[in-house]
Write a protein that binds this ligand. Sequence first.
Ligand SMILES: NC(=O)c1ccc[n+]([C@@H]2O[C@H](COP(=O)([O-])OP(=O)(O)OC[C@H]3O[C@@H](n4cnc5c(N)ncnc54)[C@H](O)[C@@H]3O)[C@@H](O)[C@H]2O)c1
Length: 296
Amino acid sequence: MRNFKNKVAVITGAASGFGREFANTGAKLGMKLVLADVFQKGLDQAIAELIATGAEVVGMRCDVSKAEDVEALAALAMTSFGGVNLVFNNAGVGSGGLVWENTVKDWEWVLGVNVWGVIHGVRVFTPLMLAQSQREPDYEGYIVNTASMAGLLSPQLMGAYNVSKHAVVALSETLFHDLNSVHAKIGCSVLCPAFVPTGISQSHRSRPEDLRNTAEPTESMKVAQTMTQKAVSSGKMTAADIAEATFNAIREKRFYIITHAKIMATVKMRLEDLEHMTNPRDPFALKEDARPKLAS
Ligand SMILES: NC(=O)c1ccc[n+]([C@@H]2O[C@H](COP(=O)([O-])OP(=O)(O)OC[C@H]3O[C@@H](n4cnc5c(N)ncnc54)[C@H](O)[C@@H]3O)[C@@H](O)[C@H]2O)c1
């Protein structure tokens, strides 16, 4: 997709971080925007700020882990703008700790938002886009799923998040092949950034009451939270940089969006271990200072 003007973009997790910057970039390019988030106040603020710049924007509170919410979001896009061209399945949350210490609620929350959110986005929007491409000869569609470097690596103390993001990579690669197999006029990419300063280390702010843990966090959960907070806050790239890299990849129809090239050395290490069937090396081997320190 090269021409964005007047095209319709749907963005989940649009109230903060990457989603907010996708919205800014889309608005600057003259796109019509459909914004979704569970954080109503932030969403209202984003919509108001974007409308003030002259953009055409609608939005709704939408919990992407719920099928009916994502279906309602698609209905909003269709009634407001009559179609959809670009979908960012971006909403995501994080939770850490030793993998066996994550509670059922941790798994349900993280997999609900990060995996089911993307599943619903793909499941609901792709058929609408395919139908639209049959009606419009010049149709161009694109889907971007936000995964993470944690979709290509499996760092310690990030089990539920790693599992969710590996799933998003697998889903996106399959989507790529499936779209090609039906010669769809829809492209797709998977976004795999490393740590970037956004609200991600404060994800618990949007955690639903019924999925909150009642017990105090374990030591490993506290260490993981400190590690994430430090890594996220010291990230050098901004959310705006990530949005720019993402729109460039959409223009070039580039599937893998790798924003932190240096980390590919660690991905290569993982792939070598797989190729040679040697045991996985420490994902922090090339970045000792970032390794989480657990009391032994
Ligand atoms: N910031 C990073 O370091 C980083 C790195 C790699 C990948 N990511 C991924 O990027 C995506 C965006 O995160 P971000 O860094 O901008 O964080 P963020 O917390 O700033 O933004 C995420 C947004 O998603 C919303 N959200 C949470 N649960 C939701 C739900 N159930 N339904 C709808 N919206 C929901 C939040 O309210 C928030 O506005 C996530 O998928 C995250 O996993 C972030």
